[in-house]
Every structure is written in C-alpha cells, then in structure tokens.
Ligand binder design. Structure first.
Ligand code: NAD
Length: 521
C-alpha cells in the first residue's frame, strides 16, 4: 500500500497509535466504540525526506502564482470541504469519537480561514514601501517583501484533526510555501481524505501532502523542512524545538493550557454557569483553551456552583447519531483518559468532592463522566497540570485580587475568561497573564481570527490568526534600492582628510541635538 493512504481490513505487524515505528502500520481506533476503524502505513524518515523534496521542487512555481493565483486553488479547497462536509464529518467522528455538533465546528472554521487569508493576505504580506528616516538615505528607495519559507512542516495533535493541521496549512499555502503535514497517529484519516481530494478531485498543484507516523516521522519532518509549526503538548514541543535547533529551523509552538475562568459577584450567573459547562465539556474538555479551573467571588459562589452542577448533570453522553444527538462524546486518546482519571483520583484523595461525575464510564468506548469538582486547591494536579478532559475544578475566592493571583499562578498562559459587569470584568481581564482573554464568553477568541492567538509562558512561542498567523510563514527581505548617485559615495574609498571632515560634520548635523552641537561649536 502506498504510504500515507488508508485501508481497511486485516493487516500484519499492526500496532496501536502511539507505539508505531517506521515500516509498521497503525490501527486507528474509533474511541466511541473501541473498534478499529482503519489501518494506515507509517512513513520512514527516507519517505518523509522524499515527500518534502518533491513539494520543494514545485514551490517556486506556486510562489510565482501570487496571492490571487494561490487563492484560486485554496478557494477550490474551500468549496470541496463545504460540498463534502458530511463525508469529512463522518470520517472525523470515526477517528475522534466526537459528537456531531462538536465535529461540525471544523469545516466552517476552515472555510472562514481560506476566505479570511484570501482577503487579507495582500494587506498582511504584501510588499511594504518605507520612507527613509534619515536625509542620508534620501537617494534610496526602501521596500520590504515577505517571501515564504519554501517548505513548512506542520505537526498536529488529535483533538481537532483538521482545524489544527489545515488551519495552519491554509495561511502557509496562501503565503506561497509548500506544506507537508504529519497529523496525530490517533486521527490521520480526515486529513488523508482532504489531501487525496486536493490531488485527485481538485487537481491542485503538487505542493501539499501529508506523512504518517509517530515521533520518528515527526522528527524526520523537522529535519527536512524550513519552518515547523507544531501544535501539541509542551513535553513534545520541547523535543521539537531541541531537534529544530540542530538545523536552526525556526519554530512556532502552540502548546498546552490550563485556562482559568474568573466569575465576579456581579456576573450574570446563568450565563457564566452555562458558559463554564460548555467551555469545560465541549469536545469532552479536549481543547487547549477549555475552561479547566474556575475562581468565583464569595457572594456568587453557592449560586454559581448550583447552576453549573445542574447544567453539567443534564448533559447527555455517548456515541451519537442524527436520531439520538448527544452533547458529550468520547475521549480520543486512551492515554488522555488515564491522565483525567489520575487528576480526579488525586483531587478526591486530597479532600476534593465531585458534585457530579468523577468516574470513567464502564462499557465499550472511552468515556469519562462530565465532572464538577469543588473543595479543590493549587496543591492538586487538577488545578495545576493540564487535565484535557471533561473536568472543571471550582474554587471560592475572597475577591477579584485573589482570583487574579490564583489565575496567574500557573506555568501556562494560553487563554482565559472573566465574567462580570462589563467594565469591571474588562479591567480584571487585562491583568490575566495569557495570550487571549474573553470577557463574558468562552472559547470564542479562537474564532476571532482577526486577532492573534498564542501562548504566554509554557503555552507556546509564536501566534496563529491575524497578521502574525501568515507573516510567521515568511522571511522578511528588505530592499534598499539606489535611485541616484555619482561614481562614489562619500564613505567609500579613498579615505581622505577632506571626506572624513565632511562625514564627521554630517554625522553631527544630523544626529546631535541643540544648535551648538549640531554646528560642532
Ligand atoms: P502530543 O505532544 O503528544 O503530540 C502532538 C504531535 O506531535 C503528534 O502528531 C505526535 O505524533 C507528534 N510527536 C510526538 N513525539 C514527537 C517527536 N519526538 N518529534 C516530533 N513530533 C512528535 O500532543 P497530543 O496529545 O496529540 O495533543 C494534546 C496536546 O496538544 C495538549 O497539550 C493540548 O493542550 C495541545 N494543544 C494545543 C493547542 C494550541 O493551539 N495551543 C491546540 C490543541 C492542542
């Protein structure tokens, strides 16, 4: 079987996602049922290098098409995604165990990304004309052009298989780079389908491909490309950065989070509780910007906790279909459900209480009950480390100052939210140490693609969305063009006393402050 293509049926030398090595095959499971969905082949490091070399050979032509020419092809990709939405969502549900409503976020986001960068690329990465700041440069025309890193490698996680791979490929391609993606070994199927469609149905230029495997394949991709966009855990992010350092390859890292939500006493508590339930449980809590910990001002605490517990307790969980929709799906990676269990067990053993949930669900599929924990504190893993599951911990705080101190007491700084009277909430929000903050809403910053989003502290390096989300895939080239000049400049050879004096005078005239100094008196 050609590497990177999916097949069904029995295979030898299979291994589970997360354990595969080169030359082996990976069984992709459906976490909603526990059954194997499909089996894919792992790409060897040599195969990765070959794929990168192939798309590299076509990149110059792609770049030469210009912004409009590339948008022409990306808009065909947008049309294909929207026309084939059901097919894409079926595949995604089979590999992630998501409920349909959660999966449905992906096609719309991708279509919006294509439209957004299609419309804004000229503004964000078009050539800039710069006025010289000094009369000494009066003879020069200054321009800045943004040229793409020829091949961008994207390494992506399993929680949003297309948003977190294609979502970065779109601005990279729009910038003129060729792109090779290594998706998560747990969720490669949707991307394989899209890449196949780009090649066979859309007939797009051969500048976009994917490779399959685990860490070995990811490492080989880092070695072969000119820029790495990594989304995943901070643990793997460190390894990727260390590997990229060997070839001085620039990286952008979108890593984990432990997002705080602050609920002030003047908040609309119904809205705040509904937002906490959705922000904490959506996609089974497997979002880098999920609400993971909540700090509530004392006067609002009891009401808020009662409303949140009722809302979370109402959620329907399981494998859903059109006739029986559910709100909370499966956990995609078996490793992650073990981490969730560990965090909740640790909290309960240290005095926390689960007001609803608190257990893994028995039976087929990987489900963890939507869980609200109270009586938690920062000595517990569930308030310190990334849980990445359908669990929120709620703490009562004296006032906004204590909420801010606790919210900022984290090695992460991805995003967060503050609920309260708008002006007061905004003042508090400005002091939360993170890359993006929502006032009276949750998660929405991810869809506000006009503004950048990136992690502070150990949540990452670099930004996606907005101008930085496409500029990062480019190298800056400054052009200093001489419009007129004689045979020599005053600073060139030969060095004579007269020219030296002239230069010294000019330096003082232009840079000194005060008339006497300027005239050298
Ligand atoms: P992970 O770090 O385990 O894996 C991410 C990717 O890295 C996978 O494709 C994996 O195969 C690959 N990989 C593993 N070892 C590698 C190595 N040595 N070299 C190169 N690549 C290697 O993360 P995950 O479990 O897939 O995803 C969950 C994590 O992703 C969470 O921490 C979550 O917060 C984070 N995340 C961050 C964002 C963001 O935008 N900041 C978004 C979604 C998820």
């Amino acid at each position: 079987m050609e590497s990177g293509t999916a097949e069904t049926g029995a295979q030898t030398n299979r291994t589970n996602a997360g354990e595969a090595a080169s030359g082996e095959r990976i069984d992709v499971r459906n976490p909603a049922t526990g059954e194997t969905s499909e089996t894919i082949a792992v790409d060897s490091p040599e195969a990765v290098a070959e794929t990168v070399a192939r798309v590299r050979a076509n990149q110059a032509e792609w770049e030469a098409m210009g912004i409009e020419g590339r948008y022409h092809w990306l808009s065909k990709l947008r049309d294909w995604i929207l026309d084939n939405q059901d097919r894409v969502l079926d595949t995604m549900q089979r590999e992630t165990g998501k409920v349909r409503a959660d999966a449905s976020n992906e096609p719309g986001y991708l279509a919006d990304m294509i439209n957004f960068y299609g419309a804004k690329a000229a503004k964000f990465i078009g050539e800039e004309s710069v006025r010289p700041h000094s009369p000494l440069l009066a003879s020069k025309k200054l321009r800045v052009q943004y040229r793409p890193h020829p091949v961008v490698g994207i390494i992506s996680p399993w929680n949003f298989p297309l948003i977190l791979s294609l979502g970065d490929a779109i601005p990279a391609l729009q910038a003129g780079a060729a792109v090779v993606i290594k998706p998560s070994e747990f969720t490669p199927l949707g991307l394989i389908e899209v890449v196949k469609a780009w090649k066979e149905e859309i007939g797009g230029p051969d500048v976009f491909d994917c490779v399959q495997g685990v860490g070995d394949t990811g490492g080989a991709l880092v070695d072969a490309v000119d820029f790495i966009q990594f989304t995943g855990s901070d643990r793997t992010g460190r390894k990727v950065m260390a590997r990229a350092a060997e070839t001085l390859t620039p990286v952008s890292l979108e890593l984990g989070g432990k997002d705080p939500m602050i609920v002030l006493s003047d908040a609309d508590l119904d809205r705040a509780a509904n937002a906490a339930a959705w922000g904490g449980m959506m996609n089974s809590g497997q979002i880098c910007i999920s609400v993971e910990r909540i700090y509530v001002e004392e006067p609002a605490y009891d009401d808020f906790v009662a409303k949140l517990t009722a809302e979370v307790g109402r959620l329907r969980q399981g494998a859903d279909d059109a006739s029986d929709p559910k709100e909370v799906g499966a956990m995609t990676s078996p490793n992650q459900i073990a981490i969730v269990e560990d965090h909740v067990t640790d909290a309960l053993a240290s005095g926390a209480r689960a007001l609803t949930g608190g257990r893994r669900v028995e039976g087929p599929g990987d489900y963890y009950e939507p869980t609200v924990l109270v009586d938690v504190d920062h000595s517990m893993k569930v308030m310190r480390d990334e849980t990445f599951g359908p669990v929120v911990g709620v703490m009562k705080v004296r006032d906004a100052e204590e909420a801010l101190r606790l919210a900022n007491d984290s090695r992460y700084g991805l995003s967060g939210s503050v609920f309260g009277e708008r002006e007061r909430a905004e003042r508090v929000a400005r002091r939360v140490e993170c890359g993006a903050i929502n006032v009276n809403d949750v998660l929405i910053n991810y869809f506000a693609s006009d503004v950048p989003m990136g992690g502070w502290k150990q949540s990452g390096i670099g930004y996606r969305h907005g101008a930085p989300g496409i500029k990062k895939f480019c190298r800056t080239e400054s052009l200093v063009i001489t419009r007129f000049g004689g045979k020599r400049e005053p600073t060139w050879y030969p060095y004579t006393k007269g020219r030296r004096r002239l230069v010294d005078r000019l330096v003082k005239l232009l840079n000194a402050r005060g008339l006497k100094r300027r005239l050298g008196l």
